[in-house]
Design a protein around this ligand. Sequence first.
Ligand SMILES: [Mn+2]
Length: 430
Amino acid sequence: MRALFALLFLLLPLWSFSAEPIPPSSELEKRRSRIAVAEAEELVVLIAGGAEGEEVLKDYEYLTGLRSWGGVLILEEVDGQQRSNLFLPPKDPSFELWHGPRAAPDAEALRLTGVSVVHPLPHLKTWLSQRRDQIQRVYLASKNPKDSPKFFEVLKDSVEIVPAWRRIHPFRQIKSEWEIDQLRRAIHRTHQGLMAGAAIAANANHEWEVEAAIEGCFRSLGSPAPGFSSIVGSGERSCILHWQENNGELDRDGVLLMDVGARSGAYTADITRTVPVSGSWTDRQREVYEVVLEAQKAGIAAVKPGATMNSIDAAARKVITEAGFGKYFPHGTSHHVGMDVHDVGPRRPLAPGMVITIEPGIYIAEEKLGIRIEDMVRVTEDGVEVLSKGIPKSAEVMAKWVKSAGAVKPTSKENPAPRDSKNPSTQRLR
Ligand SMILES: [Mn+2]
């Protein structure tokens, strides 16, 4: 029996080492099919990069689903059809000794990615030289600027190199149902982490203890890593917009601001909740909290196709300004979120499938009082869906989260939130 299990284990494809989902090949094919190039004259070239402690180029992962280092994806047009060429490093036992299995140029890579052809990476130079006389323009994405001469020395000097994001990001900005599912999973994990962080606040003395509780919860639920450096600030540090040192003492009479995001695979959540460290709001804290909450709801209500980041910001800002706190709201209200916490542009009116944050805040440094409330929303055909609507945000529940110290146990059950039916600064927050 044990031998049978060992055999089954050996037969598992290398990707099954990853519990995190990768996109089905049909999804990847759909993504690639939107990227058109001129036949014979143009190529889209994505160089994965990657190294120890460094992830691959996001646009490469977006179009291949692969996270292993060293691949190159080239899209070309042949006989009116897109042909996708994936160049992968040959299987290398010495690489795998140090870093584990990685995608190799074989039938399994072909099946998982759905590309037209998989080539061994050493064939790349010959492949390019065969197209030397025709190629006029290359849409290139690479993490390393030195890649350009290295890969294109075989092409003519006159070849125009254009950033590939122009061809990719307008589509990456629109999230598919599969991607929305990933974001829901990341949001669920973030919900659990925020509760764990609030619950420990009553018994902790330092921001790092809260950070550890949050990130420990994320990891225990399978998040590969936090989607960005956690912001955990109490007292005066609640007013530092990107406070990431998280090394201060908890202000027992103050607030605790937690701006964090777990991941699901390549996708990150980005949610902020602010709680009273003591488990009880002061009147002043409560007053400011209610203004931010009202502003956040106004921002959410302004989301619909055709709205802009500016119009949403204006809706949220109006509430804060009219309440007399205008000068204490020094950042923009929204940014796109997806594979990157500040996900790709371009800046344009909102369209169905875009996912953005709504995160107004009021930061009164002289009172050591900073409050931000951040949710993630999806633009729908007729309005907005709050993807993080399962995460409470009322002042009452925020206080209860702290008071219930010890009672909140992270759950490993994946339980995404139910679906909803229904400019002073442009600086973006996390
Ligand atoms: Mn954010």
